[in-house]
Design a protein around this ligand. Structure first.
Ligand code: CP
Length: 315
């Protein structure tokens, strides 16, 4: 199979802004259709494989349920059974898998390893999280915000926390959709320069604003949504204690929420460390949409599977 336009989902830059808009609409459409009529079996007879180097609850379960509800089948591989790049080269693993399955859903530490996998796989590769990006999470947020707010252009998303993989993908999403993205983080925990350079043209093109701010209370003054995530990402546990000291003033709690407009929503990528980056009172408040977003991982990823495996879905 020769790969063409939108053949993998490694970052949201694999899509044009128009394709991204259509993908969000497709996920909303298919969610409604599923609630009214049940499974559509569009991927009957198709098989995906999940290769995860890190733990996962939401991503693994939602990809498997998505595939089953679309009539297909998903195989879960334990990382030690594959050892990408160790037991055999990434290239050879990609060549083998491409002969058997219709898509590869991979969660890797290194983003470069995922890119290498996609370069050699002739079937679509989907990023289920790398150290640099988490596009599926951003797509689920887009669907959730659409349900809650309707029009997304011009909304202010304030990410309070580390400039991590989730922040990178959310910033990319905002750039595509003409939203404003404000990262409120301690000094030294900004997003990588190379990611900022890549997404700046999107903000310019669609009229959104990208900003980094080191004062969380100031940053949330006009927030429509506060987004947060764990302070220590998977695989970086050795930095835990040192990082927590920097991030304490960036906890999403009632005091911070009081600085934001009343309509401001709050969400979290999950899993949350309650009492660290977010308090119980905020996470369980009526303003919290984190479990709606978790639910929408299923619907957003169904749209991704359909868009990559069924020709013409985004046209
Ligand atoms: N948000 C998210 O990706 O959750 P998991 O790590 O449980 O998959």
């Amino acid at each position: 199979m020769v790969k063409n336009n939108f053949s993998d989902l490694l970052t949201l830059s694999d899509l044009s802004s128009e394709q991204l808009q259509r993908l969000i609409s497709l996920s909303a459409e298919k969610k409604k259709e599923f609630q009214l009529k049940g499974a559509n079996r569009l991927l009957e007879g198709r098989t995906g494989i999940m290769l995860f180097e890190k733990p996962s609850l939401r991503t693994r379960v939602t990809f498997e349920v998505a595939m089953v509800q679309l009539g297909g089948h998903m195989i879960q591989l334990q990382p030690e059974h594959v050892s990408l790049g160790k037991r055999e080269t990434v290239k050879d693993a990609a060549y083998n898998l491409s002969r058997w399955v219709d898509c590869i859903v991979a969660r890797t530490f290194s983003h470069e390893l995922l890119v290498e996998l996609a370069q050699h796989a002739s079937v679509p590769v989907i990023n289920a999280l790398t150290d640099l990006h988490h596009p599926c999470q951003a797509l689920a947020l887009a669907l959730t915000l659409k349900e809650k707010r309707g029009e997304l252009k011009g909304l202010n998303l304030v990410f309070v926390g580390d400039g991590n993989n989730v922040a990178n993908s959310l910033a990319e999403l905002c750039g595509h959709l003409g939203m404003n993205f404000i990262l409120a983080c301690p000094s030294g925990f900004e997003m990588p320069e190379r990611v900022i350079e890549q997404i700046q043209p999107l903000f310019k093109k669609h009229g959104g604003r990208f900003e980094t701010n080191h004062d969380p209370k100031l940053a949330v003054r006009n927030a429509d949504l506060i987004y947060t995530d764990v302070w220590v990402s998977m695989g970086q546990e050795s930095e835990s204690e040192q990082k927590k000291a920097h991030f304490l003033p960036f906890q999403v709690n009632n005091d911070l929420l009081k600085q934001a407009p009343q309509h401001c929503l709050v969400t979290h990528c999950l899993p949350a460390h309650r009492g660290e980056e977010i308090t119980d009172e905020v996470m369980d408040s009526p303003q919290s949409i984190c479990f709606d977003e978790a639910e929408n991982r299923l619907h957003a990823q169904k749209a991704v599977l359909m868009a990559l495996l069924v020709p013409g879905m985004l046209s």
